[in-house]
Ligand binder design. Sequence first.
Ligand code: A2P
Length: 334
Amino acid sequence: MNRNYTVAIVGATGAVGVEMIKVLERRQFPVGKLVLLASARSAGKTLPFNGTTVTVEELTEDSFKGVDIALFSAGAGISRKFAPFAVKAGAVVVDNSSEFRMNPDVPLVVPEINGDDVKLHKGILANPNCTTAITLMALYPLHKAFGVKRVIASSYQAVSGTGAQALAELKAQVEAIVTGRPVEKNVYPHQIAFNVLPHVDVFLDSGYTKEEMKMQNEARRIMHLPAFTASVTCVRVPVFRAHSISVNAEFERPVSVEEARKVLTGVPGLKLVDDPAKNEYPLPLNCAETDDCQVGRIRLDCALENGLAFWVAGDQLLKGAALNAVQIAEKLIC
Ligand code: A2P
C-alpha cells in the first residue's frame, strides 16, 4: 500500500519508546503523523523525529482518534486499560508488554519466524519477551533443520531491560564502590554492580520466575510447537545493554557443528560469529545498538542426545522490543 500512516507510540519517553521513534526513522517507515503519548509528567516535552520535534501528549482514552497503528510500550497495566480504546478508534495495536502474549486471539510474532501470523490479528498483535525473541532468532533455523525437542538455557540479562532507573543504579553503585562510598540499592533486591542476580521477574509457586517460563510458553506459540519444553534460569548481570543466552538444545534428528553453522549462515537478522581460535564469539558490547543478533560457541552438546550448545546475544531494546515491533508494523502494511 502506498500511503502514509498515523502512528502513535504509547510510552514514547521510556527506554523502548525512544528506540521505537529511532527505528521508525531509520527504517523510513511511512509515517504521515507521529503521536507521542506518555504520562501527564511528560506532557509538553519534545522529542526529535525526522528532523522535526514532536510534542509528547498525555495518554487518555481519546488519544487514538485517526491513529492507524499504535505501538504500546508502557507496561501491561497501561496496555490492558488503553489498548481497547485504540482498537475501538480503528487502530491496530502492536503491544510490547506481556498483557496479550498468551491470548489465543492475539498473534505473537517474530517476523522472521511466523510473520504470516500477522494476518490473523483482530486488532491487537503482541511482541514477544526480549530473551525469547533473541534466543529464537538462532533456535528457529536450527529447529527447521533438525526439529527441536527441548532446551536448557541460562540468560545473562542487561540492566536496561529493567528500565532507565536500573541503568542509573548500576552506574551509581560502580562509582560508589570505586570511590569507597556506601552502596545504595533501590531497583534490585541486591547490589548489581560486580555481582550477578539469579532473579528476573517474580517467583512462581514452581520455583521458576515468570520471565523464565516465557521462553517455553511464548516459543510454543511463535514456533507453532505445542510440545516444546524449556528449562530456563534468568540472570541479571551488570551489563548496560544487550542480553546473552547460553542454550543447550536437543533435537529429533542427528546434528553436526558443520551443518549447524551452515544453517545459521545468511539468516536474516542473525550473524554467525564463531571463531574461537581468534577469540571471536558474540559479545553483548558488540550487539548493543545493532539490529542483528549474533550466534556462536556452537558445539556438540556432550550431555544431550542430538544436542547442540550455543551462545546467542542481541540488543533487547531493538530485536527484543522496538525493532521487532516496527517489523510487525511493516508486515501489517505490506
Ligand atoms: P513517563 O516518562 O511520562 O513516566 P520505562 O519502561 O523506561 O520505565 O518507560 C515507561 C513508559 O511508560 C514511559 O514513557 C512512561 O511515561 C510511560 N508511562 C508510565 N506510566 C504511564 C501512565 N500512567 N500513562 C501513560 N504513560 C505512562
